[in-house]
Design a protein around this ligand. Structure first.
Ligand SMILES: [Zn+2]
Length: 627
């Protein structure tokens, strides 16, 4: 009997500490590669947070182990449910983004409730599966506590409310939740939930996203003389470079329909978006300004529609994107267009992330483009290739396919995405064929690109906005210009630029040339602010190009940025200890980091432009925007 009592005296504290030990050991196993970069200060912060974690779960388990009273049931429920939610959600999040769900990401998600619901519903079994594992072992711990732990009655009677207050304080106390994340995942999770509750109760700054524009007055300009041409931008969503055949391939299987519909297209094999965030990329494409420009600059800049309108072109913006997403309707509300539609015009039940079905957009465009007065400029903006990816049942050649986000199902998820790209390719080809069959189609230059790419864990992360690595920013792009629409010189320059490095910042100046206003003196003060150079002109002297997913136009969930010059890319995510330097020409999968020195002055430029790596600077207060 005495031996049993001794065993219990030893077992009870061990049991109370076990949740924290399990959390810490699983965290260290997951993140051991990052530990060498930690400073002594980080280790101290982690130690303090680990003590919080131990006090929290140990205290709850102690309360849950009481022999009587209602509080023990509340404590047991809190122990099992919060434990399962915190650890399950954090593991699920880490498997997708290579970082823990922190206050920034939680507030970001809270700003998009409909999108969040859609994302959770798309992989509900994956999330529930991730929560089920800690649910089982926290429930087992609670059961063991009831059996083996004998809480000292007197101490608990007085101390229980102090314990409850202590637990709540985990949600309020500051912790290292950005950059290094020197805290166990449960502490980061509870801190994030505390911030969300605080926002709900007290309100806080709204998510930073594009607002209403204040474009300047543009004088009427006369297009330069030349062959008559209309200009169509086909802009798609989340389509990565290798998901389609950018150059014509006789046996193309990924995008066979556009491959056949535009066999003479000029492919741009090294086109990169300057951001993998839709809103930032859209602003760059339409304004020609760099992604790091201020909010005021972008809101005050003319967009391609404004230039086209000033030059007497009829204009249209047709999209299947849901315009309620991040209030994107505000940014395009005042576009000078004669025809427009958004996702909910095509389908009142359009999905917040995937928009309306892309074939509805093609039908609309096929009806409306022939009604435009020539010359015209139009943007047809697709959306169904956004996560959770709309596939067409029965038309899914890439198998086995699955919508699961579990790391083991990565190849199946990529197939699922590829099926969505395939379905979209079919409908874009329908648009191209219909366009080329009408008289105006013979005078229409088509430019095709995607707003950004999509990651499938090439560097750990899924989706987009998480990095400026090539899976997220190397995009397909081509120009299909019928015979006679370009001059021989323009054609020659286009061909010469096709294989070299190009960026989305080069497209707005290209459109101005296609609209024949690239040299208009009335527009020169706006044109000069554009970052890139027209693809219809000789290539530029090599200069640096900024890349970012955090701008004054878009508050990000966690920071990631970079700078490119030619094929050299300097890049980092906020938890990186130093910049990476990749040569994307020699190393297209970005596997061999050349070290920051190999990128020359790019680190200095990044420091000036992007504020540098947070490891060298204080963490910002408030929402994450430009730096
Ligand atoms: Zn996008």
């Amino acid at each position: 009997m005495r031996r049993f009592a001794r065993f219990r005296a030893w077992l009870a504290p061990a049991l109370l500490l076990l949740p924290a030990v399990l959390i810490l050991s699983s965290d260290l196993v997951r993140r051991w590669q990052r530990l060498p970069a930690w400073t002594a200060g980080d280790a101290v912060r982690y130690g303090i947070a680990a003590l919080e974690s131990a006090a929290l779960w140990g205290g709850l388990l102690l309360l849950a182990s009481r022999r009587r009273g209602g509080l023990r049931w509340a404590a047991a429920a809190a122990f099992v449910l919060f434990g399962a939610l915190a650890l399950g959600s954090e593991r699920y999040f880490y498997d997708q983004f290579e970082t823990y769900l922190n206050a920034d990401a939680a507030l970001f998600g809270a700003a998009f409730p409909a999108s969040l619901r859609g994302q959770i519903a798309a992989d509900a079994t994956g999330l529930l599966g991730a929560i089920a594992v800690p649910l089982v072992y926290f429930a087992a711990l609670a059961g063991a506590g009831r059996k083996w732990v004998r809480p000292p009655r007197r101490a608990l009677r007085r101390g229980k409310w102090a314990l409850v207050a202590g637990m709540a304080s985990v949600a309020i106390l500051p912790c290292s939740f950005r950059t290094v994340q020197a805290a166990p995942p449960d502490v980061i999770f509870l801190h994030a939930m505390g911030r969300v509750l605080q926002k709900l109760a007290l309100g806080s700054a709204a998510h930073v996203e594009p607002g209403i524009r204040r474009p300047p007055y543009l004088p009427a300009v006369s297009p330069a003389p030349g062959p008559a041409r209309n200009v169509l931008l086909i802009l798609t969503e989340s389509v990565r470079f290798d998901a389609v055949c950018t150059a014509h391939e006789p046996e193309c299987v990924r995008s066979p329909f556009t491959n056949r519909a535009a066999p003479e297209r000029v492919p741009f094999l090294q086109m990169r978006s300057n951001s993998s965030t839709t809103a930032i990329s859209f602003g760059v494409l339409l304004s020609g300004l760099g992604p790091t420009e201020t909010r005021t600059s972008i809101h005050d800049a003319p967009l391609l529609f404004d230039y086209a309108h000033a030059a007497g072109y009829d204009t249209a913006y047709l999209t299947s994107q849901h315009m309620m997403f991040a209030h994107s309707e505000e940014f395009v509300r005042d576009l000078p267009v004669s025809r427009r539609c958004g996702g909910t015009d095509l389908d009142p039940d359009a999905d917040i992330d995937m928009g309306a079905s892309d074939h509805l957009l093609t039908e609309r465009a096929n009806r409306e483009l022939p009604l435009l007065r020539e010359p015209w400029f139009a943007v047809v903006h697709y959306s169904s290739t956004h996560f959770p990816y709309r596939v067409v049942e029965g038309d899914e050649p890439f198998q086995p396919a699955s919508s699961s986000k579990a790391p083991d199902d990565n190849a199946e998820l990529l197939n699922y995405y590829q099926n969505a790209v395939y379905a979209q390719d079919r409908t874009i080809a329908d648009l191209l064929r219909a366009l080329r069959s009408i008289d105006a189609g013979r005078r229409t230059v088509v430019v095709y690109t995607s707003d950004h790419g999509e990651a499938f864990r090439e560097h750990g992360q899924l989706g987009h906005t998480g990095a400026v690595l090539d899976e997220e920013i190397h995009v397909p792009a081509w120009i299909d210009a019928p015979l006679g629409t370009l001059t021989a010189e323009e054609q020659a320059h286009l061909q010469a630029r096709a294989a070299g490095p190009t960026w989305h910042t080069d497209l707005a100046p290209t459109f101005l040339d296609l609209l024949r206003v690239g040299a208009a003196p009335e527009l020169s003060r706006f044109h000069e602010r554009m970052m890139g150079t027209s693809l219809l002109q000789r290539g530029p002297v090599e200069t640096f190009v900024p890349l970012t997913n955090c701008s004054e136009l878009w508050g990000c969930a966690f920071r990631n940025w970079g700078v490119m010059r030619g094929s050299l890319k300097l890049e980092a995510r906020e938890w990186d200890f130093d910049w990476h330097c990749w040569d994307v020409a020699a190393d297209p999968f970005e596997r061999h980091d050349l070290g920051v020195g190999a990128c020359g002055d790019l680190a200095g430029i990044a420091q000036r432009l992007l504020g540098g790596l947070p490891r060298y600077a204080a963490e910002p207060e408030g929402p994450l925007t430009s730096k």
